[in-house]
Design a binder for this molecule. Structure first.
Ligand SMILES: C[S@@+](CC[C@H](N)C(=O)[O-])C[C@H]1O[C@@H](n2cnc3c(N)ncnc32)[C@H](O)[C@@H]1O
Length: 414
């Protein structure tokens, strides 16, 4: 066999091994989730039928109350919520809602653990994924840490039942107490940024997506969301040549930028291009992440991206716009509409823009809002932008100006 043919043979073997190992990882993960009593549903109706059969009215009431209390963001309420979710009748039903999440995250993390001797899973919950990783890598020592006593009790019991000798669980609140030891890998998935309602940090002004490098503002974000203490404590137990795998709800630019800066401030560098992950939950599709792999000492790192994601907004091209067809003459359908960050580029490209009315003001939540009504190239436009990356551009024919007039007033009065 020639050397080129040999190389091709080796490469094709390698890629088929990879496909096989990814497939077998998926199969093992499905089997593992089934062991935990989790089920995958292709329809929401089937899920809710199971939920009604498996949970009593009292269970559902208790859960609804805990979800409501958790919204306050108070530490005790969050712990109480996770304790309730660990109850044996509730666990499989509630966690089945996240079946696809476990599949997406479980295989990504597991396929990157291979060479690690010690792994910490911060905020491991009941240990569904931690026990999966431990089953996959019997030679690796895993530690799962969580502040919910109910979750840790379940994690202990499951690990014992599975006969796992390479995993232990600690009940510890990392906001309150430092971690012990030194780890080659640290995993934190949906655990570091618990403040789901936090808006993040605003852009410099409504005209840009750029964030000022403002240390006090960054520090306030980190303190408000609690990631300052959590990241410091995790970094302190990360082996100098170790890596962290992180997946949080930080997809919006206003949260992504300060989260990334928090990692960079602690000397963590990207070693893979961050990956956005989409998965289905019950009644909802989650666009989440990004999934980050970071290291302190890396020979080759990727630059942090602080730009908005490519979006689905239509590029603006005046020559392609036509008048509304006869049958739509009375409808409110605009000639052009864009609700994505790319609306800013479209607005900038309007030819002969003539502003008729505009207002820029600060809203009660601190965001700067700009609304503008004007004409361009024989059309009437309404542009709206704010410092939390929302953009909107609407163009109509001149005779429909009244529609945008009232929309303009509506935005300013809401
Ligand atoms: C949404 S669950 C995620 C569980 C698991 N990582 C997963 O991916 O399924 C978040 C977990 O983080 C834990 N947690 C949040 N803040 C924590 C802290 N400061 N110290 C320890 N555990 C924490 C919660 O108790 C909860 O079990």
């Amino acid at each position: 066999m020639s050397s080129a043919a040999l190389l091709e043979h080796v490469l094709s073997r390698r890629s088929s091994d990879l496909v096989m190992s990814t497939d077998s990882l998926h199969d093992s993960l499905h089997a593992h989730l089934a062991h935990w009593g989790l089920r995958s549903f292709s329809s929401d109706a089937d899920y809710f039928a199971w939920q009604r059969a498996a949970l009593s009215v009292a269970d559902l009431k208790q859960l609804a109350e805990q979800v409501e209390r958790k919204r306050s963001g108070a530490r005790q309420d969050e712990i109480a919520f996770y304790d309730v979710t660990a109850q044996p009748q509730i666990l499989p039903v509630l966690y089945s809602q996240r079946y696809e999440y476990f599949m997406e995250i479980g295989h990504r993390v597991a396929s990157r653990i291979a060479s690690a001797g010690t792994v910490l899973d911060f905020g491991c919950g009941v240990g569904i994924l931690t026990t999966f990783y431990a089953r996959q890598y019997p030679e690796t020592q895993f530690v799962g840490v969580d502040r919910s006593p109910g979750s840790i009790a379940v994690a202990h019991a499951r690990a014992r039942e599975l006969g796992l000798r390479n995993v232990c669980f600690e009940c510890r609140d990392v906001d309150v107490e430092a971690l012990q030891g030194s780890y080659e890998h640290i995993i934190a998935t949906h655990a570091l940024v618990q403040s789901e309602q936090d808006l993040g940090i605003p852009s410099r002004s409504w005209t840009t997506f750029e964030r000022v490098r403002d240390e006090p503002q960054q520090a306030t974000f980190e303190r408000r969301t609690g990631i300052d203490v959590r990241l410091d404590r995790l970094s302190a137990v990360l082996n100098p040549s170790g890596r962290m795998m992180l997946f949080e709800k930080t997809r919006q630019l206003a949260r992504r930028v300060p989260f990334q800066r928090a990692l960079a401030r602690r000397g963590l560098q990207l070693v893979e291009s961050p990956e956005l992950i989409r998965y289905c939950l019950v009644e909802e599709v989650a666009d989440d992440g990004p999934f980050y792999v970071v290291e302190k000492e890396s020979l080759r790192s990727f630059a942090w991206d602080e730009a908005p994601e490519p979006d689905e907004g239509m590029p603006f091209d005046r020559s392609l716009l036509q008048s509304a067809p006869q049958d739509l003459q009375d409808s409110d359908m605009p000639l052009y509409e864009n609700h994505w960050p790319s609306a800013q580029r479209a607005w900038e490209s309007l030819v002969g823009r003539l502003v008729e009315q505009e207002e820029t003001r600060r809203e009660s939540d601190g965001r700067q809002l700009h609304v503008e009504l004007g004409t361009a190239d024989g059309l009437v436009y309404l542009y709206c932008a704010n410092t939390f990356d929302q953009r909107q551009l609407i163009l109509v024919e001149g005779r429909r100006k009244g529609m945008l007039d009232s929309y303009y007033r509506e935005i300013l009065s809401s």
